[in-house]
Design a protein around this ligand. Structure first.
Ligand SMILES: Cc1ncc(C[n+]2csc(CCOP(=O)(O)OP(=O)(O)O)c2C)c(N)n1
Length: 609
């Protein structure tokens, strides 16, 4: 068994004597649950708030579990599906928007079912802490007719993984375990169990089930409907459906982390905690509804459970008091019950704890190599289709060089569309990070060459997936576990698909970047600039000699401020009615962007002064 790195000796309430208890984040508990459930193959594409699950799984012995970063979420799901075909338990992990990418495979595997248990962990982001939207994956899961389990805390996140594999194999279905940012990133004591060794099932040599051609798929759709009915029956009596009988006046149906909020603010109510939102145990819910005077559903985001109850004619209240957008909290749930007349309005008193964090605008890090691309783009006044990654921050002041950003990998195809209108007078440029390029940027690049689009692509290669905390990918030359592997050569890839103009530029060389951009945009057809410099934070923190401002020659022109570097700020000295500037030596990494744009040569490396 893998040894814990940080073991707490304090047992959680109700733990067996000497049971091992560890303070785990929800994501670590999910990983542990997968390992305990005997998972043999796991694959994921990183995405907040899901990333730590695979990182944690990589800490378990290789003999127990094979774990990999995939190039995108669909690939990750297809890898897990392949392992399931081979009869072992398999896992695919992604953030909510990743499920959109994987949806094509999902819609077929739900028809096929499983051989070895197959679980897809999807982490939603209510409140949009770090995403491009707030979609509720439960809607997509129901659309795919895949059962959804929604753990309410880290302990349950662990145990629900074991249930998920049992359900998957017993009902011949993939299972979605849905987490949210709050659960994924909250740490609490978790009692651990042993790993279960699960025997491999023989490959099921059954094309009628495994090969989705129309004549086979037609037979599988009714099987899905039958499965839905059986699952619904299972949840009627499953230990995952928990009735907490309290006062009759108020009944609450809930699941996931919302359950904790309900218990905190309305401890005396009757609560029916569901395993998840699909399929629902109708009889149990009807019984519960009949046993209480007023019935509420408390669920974050969409009224998935509430709408089903309403379609059955059950009188229920919910979204008129608990919003369809944003993240829930005990305070928000309390407010909802106040509005519903269930709780007295306590005002902002001693028992109501409200935290209003000070907003801090996001900026690129000091020395971020993406900076030069955007400084150059501003100069040529390009029309810029952006993409998703750290570099999306160039959309805001002072760089303000990105015009659009849609979804991962959209930039290049967006640029094709812009250029093909024939109405855009500016040079059309797509900017895309290395991981995003490998995720979904290659097909549109091929499209651009195929359709002879007149666009420039700036491939921002910082050698890592920086946005999600520094994960490896096929361009880093390292696997999830850090082992050596083939490293993609972007120039070769671009040339292989037919790009005729390709140049790699040192991201820290502003003049070279400007020159390359001018030439690339003058070229008729697809041109690719690879901006090449490692991230300053991951995998190691880069720290060179800090730059220093020679106050005596600084003319307070503010040119360096356009770099958008958080290490540069105004000093107390003035010139011609404007602030001079200073540089924080602790955060400056010495990239020299500011020195390169300083017209009076007042910024120099500290050691040269
Ligand atoms: C479909 C989807 N999957 C995952 C993510 C999470 N995510 C946002 S940006 C990004 C990749 C960023 O890496 P890269 O393109 O190399 O740019 P960097 O952040 O390193 O500058 C990821 C994985 C997402 N937003 N959407």
């Amino acid at each position: 068994m893998a040894q814990p790195d940080r073991v707490s000796k304090t047992a959680a309430p109700g733990a067996r004597p000497n049971a091992e208890v560890r303070p785990l984040m929800g994501n670590e508990a999910i990983a542990r649950g997968a390992w305990e459930a005997g998972v043999r193959v796991a694959a994921a594409y990183p995405g907040t708030p899901s990333t730590e699950i695979l990182e944690a799984l990589a800490g378990y012995p290789e003999d127990d579990i094979y774990a990999q970063w995939s190039t995108n979420e669909k690939v990750s799901l297809d890898v897990a599906i392949g392992a399931s075909f081979e009869g072992v338990r398999a896992l695919s992990v992604m953030k909510h928007v990743g499920l959109n990418v994987a949806a094509d495979a999902l819609m077929s595997i739900t028809y096929i079912g499983v051989n070895g248990g197959l679980v897809i962990v999807v982490c939603d982001d209510p409140g949009i802490h770090s995403s491009q939207n707030e979609q509720d994956s439960r809607v997509l899961a129901r659309f795919a007719m895949v059962p959804v389990l929604e753990p309410s805390d880290a302990q349950e996140a662990l145990s629900i993984m074991r249930h998920a594999y049992e359900i998957s194999e017993a009902f011949d279905t993939p299972v979605i375990v849905r987490s949210t940012t709050r659960l994924s990133h909250t740490r609490s004591p978790v009692t651990l169990g042993e790993r279960q060794e699960v025997a491999r099932r023989e490959f099921d040599d059954n094309p009628q089930k495994n090969v989705m051609i129309p004549s086979h798929a037609r037979l599988r759709h009714p099987a899905l409907l039958e499965r839905e009915a059986k699952l619904s029956e299972y949840f009627e009596t499953s230990a995952l459906t928990q009735l907490d009988a309290g006062e009759r006046s108020v009944g609450v149906i809930t699941a996931s982390i919302s359950h904790g909020y309900v218990k905190e603010v309305l401890g005396s109510a009757s609560v029916l905690k569901l395993a998840g939102s699909y399929p629902l145990p109708e009889r149990k819910i009807r019984e519960f509804a009949a046993s209480v005077e007023r019935l509420f559903v408390v669920e974050e985001l969409e009224p998935v459970i509430e709408d089903q109850l309403k379609s059955w004619g059950i009188a229920v209240e919910g979204k008129e008091f608990f919003p369809r957008h944003g993240e829930f909290s005990p305070e928000l749930v309390r407010d909802g019950f106040v509005k519903a007349g269930i709780l007295p309005d306590a005002g902002i008193g001693a028992d109501v704890f409200r935290i209003e964090p000070t907003p801090r605008p996001p900026v690129l890090c000091p020395g971020c190599p993406h900076t030069s691309s955007y400084l150059a783009l501003r100069q040529i006044e390009a029309r810029v289709a952006g993409d998703i990654g750290c570099y999306t921050l160039a959309a805001i002041e002072p760089l303000r060089a990105i015009d659009t950003c849609v979804a991962m990998g959209s930039s290049i195809a967006n640029a094709i569309g812009m250029a093909k209108t024939g109405v855009e007078e500016r040079p059309v440029v797509a900017t895309i990070g290395d991981s995003t390029f490998l995720h979904a940027g290659l097909p549109p690049l091929i499209d651009a060459v195929y359709n002879d689009a007149d666009i420039t692509v700036m491939l921002l290669d910082n050698h890592i997936v920086a946005m999600t905390g520094g994960q490896n990918h096929p361009g880093t030359g390292k696997t999830l576990r850090g082992g050596p592997t083939h490293r993609i050569n972007y120039e070769d890839v671009c040339r292989a698909v037919g790009v005729k103009w390709v140049r790699t530029v040192d991201s820290y060389d502003l003049a070279a970047m400007h020159k390359a951009l001018r030439e690339a945009t003058a070229f008729k057809g697809v041109a690719v600039i690879i901006s090449n410099r490692e991230c300053v934070i991951d995998p190691v923190k880069v720290k060179g000699v800090a730059m220093v401002v020679r106050a005596e020659s600084c003319t307070a022109c503010q040119s360096c401020m356009n770099v958008g570097c958080p290490s540069i700020s105004w000093s107390d000295e003035w010139f011609d009615g404007r602030h001079k500037v200073k540089i924080d030596p602790n955060t400056c990494i010495g990239c020299s962007f500011c020195a390169q744009v300083c017209p009076s040569d007042s910024i120099q490396p500290g050691e040269s002064l």
